[in-house]
Design a protein around this ligand. Structure first.
Ligand code: ADP
Length: 427
């Protein structure tokens, strides 16, 4: 029995010793690993090493968090850029796409896709290939028609990283408005040229005829000279209107604003247009409230009313039958806005033409407008003057029935104090 106990004791002592040695060895190994990770000496206690490791992990976590936040900020900046931005790997895979580029292609996600999988990217793909082949940046214009038509300028910049990996940065810029402005300028130049050429051709033709042998016939000569006089006057009006419009648009006309009675501006216009109304058989009626003031430039307000009333008379006079009347009203609405209203019983404006009415040179019937001495710029000038006064210009019209134009001026009490310091404002 004693022997058995002794053997058991010896066995457990031996096993214990083996276990302790094994454990020590393992601990030493762990210590070695920890020392490698923490950079401390192997002799440092494992507990201290563990503490150090914990701190290191914490620092690492903080660094990762900061990197992530930096990345998010970078993404926010990229998304705020108004240009589309793509970063493309050599095999055509998109590794980065900002918000604007997704809008251009009307796709919620571009990252991970290949450029050729996206519709309408053929020119961009070609640009990428050229940039990678030549190592030079490429720039070209193209258009996209996903949700709506957009003209775009594309820049493809090849980038080679230090490890030899090749990428391209694709910048897509919206140039639709630029293109539209260029188109409008081209159209404008063509319109002006055309408008000036028509009277000029006529003047030249009649002058040539007169010089050839037109002077022999006095009657005919007088008739030709009258045409020359009429056409040159029209050219003069056209040039004046063009200059007015340009100076208003660029702010080169200085508006001398002051509180003024709208009625007095209408009276001034009436003294000019009354003879025209009588000559063309159009009756003019007025309902002018006394105390309606606007803060404006007298000459420009008169010019604006004159354009509206002159049109009302002219486009009523050409009506074949029915009453030929024009009503001019001045009143204030419940918001205190000063309103000028010019109503006529004329030919009216067809619905299809109504959204183009304020464009330069737009006329419903070019031939008729020309016959009436129009330049096609009157309403464009009127709109510009209204804008410069912070006023709204609106109209209602029905073909064959008549037209009402209304100008809504901002409220104005009419006393100088209201605009003290603001008076004689330069616009
Ligand atoms: P225009 O010199 O030809 O009168 P405007 O710019 O003043 O040029 O007007 C543009 C066009 O709008 C006119 O050609 C005409 O077709 C239309 N228009 C303007 N006012 C009226 C109106 N009171 N009644 C009918 N048509 C009008």
């Amino acid at each position: 029995m004693l022997l058995i106990l002794t053997v058991a004791l010896v066995t457990s002592v031996i096993t214990g010793a083996v276990f302790v040695r094994k454990y020590r060895k393992r601990l030493k190994n762990i210590s070695k690993h920890l020392a490698r990770l923490t950079g401390l000496s192997v002799d440092t206690t494992p507990w201290y090493q563990l503490e150090q490791l914990k701190q290191r992990l914490k620092d690492l976590e903080e660094r990762i968090r900061r990197l992530q936040s930096d990345k998010e900020n970078d993404m926010k900046i990229m998304d705020a850029i108004t240009d589309g931005l793509l970063i493309v790997e050599e095999d055509g895979r998109i590794v980065f796409a900002n918000e604007r580029s997704k809008q251009f292609f009307d796709m919620p996600e571009l990252q991970g896709r290949k450029v050729h999988e996206i519709p309408e990217t053929y020119p961009i793909l070609e640009g990428i290939k050229r940039a990678l082949k030549t190592g030079e940046s490429q720039e070209f214009d193209t258009s996209l028609h996903r949700k709506e038509h957009r003209d775009v300028r594309v820049m493809v910049i090849p980038v080679e990283l230090s490890d030899g990996e090749k990428y391209t940065v694709v910048v897509i810029r919206d140039i639709t408005n630029e293109r539209e402005a260029e188109r409008m300028l081209r159209e404008f130049v063509a319109d002006v040229t055309h408008e000036l050429r028509t009277p000029l051709t006529s003047i030249h033709g009649y002058a040539e005829t007169l010089l050839a042998d037109g002077l022999k016939d006095q009657e005919m000569a007088k008739h030709f000279l009258e045409i020359i006089e009429k056409e040159s006057a029209r050219m003069g009006r056209l040039i004046n209107d063009l200059l007015d419009l340009e100076r208003l648009e660029t702010g080169r006309i200085k508006l001398m604003k002051e509180p003024l009675k709208l009625k007095s501006a209408v009276k001034r216009v009436l003294s000019v247009v009354k003879p025209l109304g009588e000559e063309l058989g159009v009756r003019i009626h007025t309902e002018l409230d006394e105390d309606v003031y606007v803060f404006g430039d007298y000459d420009r307000i008169v010019q604006m009313i004159l354009n509206l009333v002159d049109n009302a008379i002219k486009y009523t006079s050409v009506k074949e039958h029915g009453d030929k009347e024009v009503f001019i009203r001045v009143y204030r609405n419940e918001k205190g806005e000063g309103i000028l209203e010019v109503e006529d019983t004329g030919i009216g404006i067809p619905k299809s033409a109504q959204n183009k009415l304020f464009r330069r040179f737009y006329r419903v019937d070019k031939h008729r407008s020309r016959k009436l001495g129009g330049t096609g710029l009157g309403l464009a000038i009127t709109k510009e003057i209204a804008d410069k006064h912070g006023a709204r210009l609106e109209f209602e019209s029905e073909a064959g029935i008549g037209t009402i134009f209304r100008v809504f001026f901002p409220p104005c009490r009419g006393d100088e104090d209201e605009y003290a310091g603001n008076n004689k404002e330069k616009t």
